[in-house]
Design a protein. Sequence first.
Length: 255
Amino acid sequence: MKIYKIVLAAIMLLGFYSIALVNDSTSNKITIHSIGDSTMANKPDPDKNPERGWGQMLPQFLTGDIHLENYAVNGRSTRSFITEGRWETVLENLKDGDYVFIQFGHNDQKVNDSSRYTNPHTAYRRNLIKFVEDSRSRGAIPVLFTSIVRRNFNEEGTLVDTHFNYPLEVRLVATEYQVPFVDLQYQTELLVESYGIEDSKKLYLHFAPGEIEYYPEGKVDDTHLSVLGSTQVATLAVEELREQVPSLIDYLKAN
């Protein structure tokens, strides 16, 4: 009986030690902390849900030497991400050498929602600067991203911008504060245009009634991404990161 207890205790100790090693290994890795809205966020129920955020697809492009924490959440703007305490949580977990991927804009436009709306030239700009300066104060490296485009073709077949001055402010802050910058707005414009008016529906959530179980009544959504769309956007993001953030190259899988 004593031998059994000793063996059991040894097994439990070994298990605790292994868990501690795994946790320590993860905590010591360089980490990418992504913050943003629904176009970047992890989506639930992936076995049934056809929607994905592009940040959800990033791990497949990363080596095992870097860790990803996706803090992006549906419906958040720079304002609400801060006021809800989400940015403070990210800050508490930042360490020297980490990266912070920053992509907002879709919900900062919600002029009828005072808890989310930001003026692009004032509050939105200041919030971006806050993310940059706070990240750097912890030794982390901020990377700014413009918003991905909505599928918004006019009657003449022209893809029309819906984000107005928000991407402009991202570009200005990136330039003024010398922040690595990924222009996902431009890259996704090219992507959507290359697919054309009809085929670009595959990049977003377009389903006829009864086509899939998750949307029995159908779905027409030109903002949020399908598995194909999110994978394509993540691919574009990684290609740009190779150019704009050379320090990340060793953590990105070969093409």
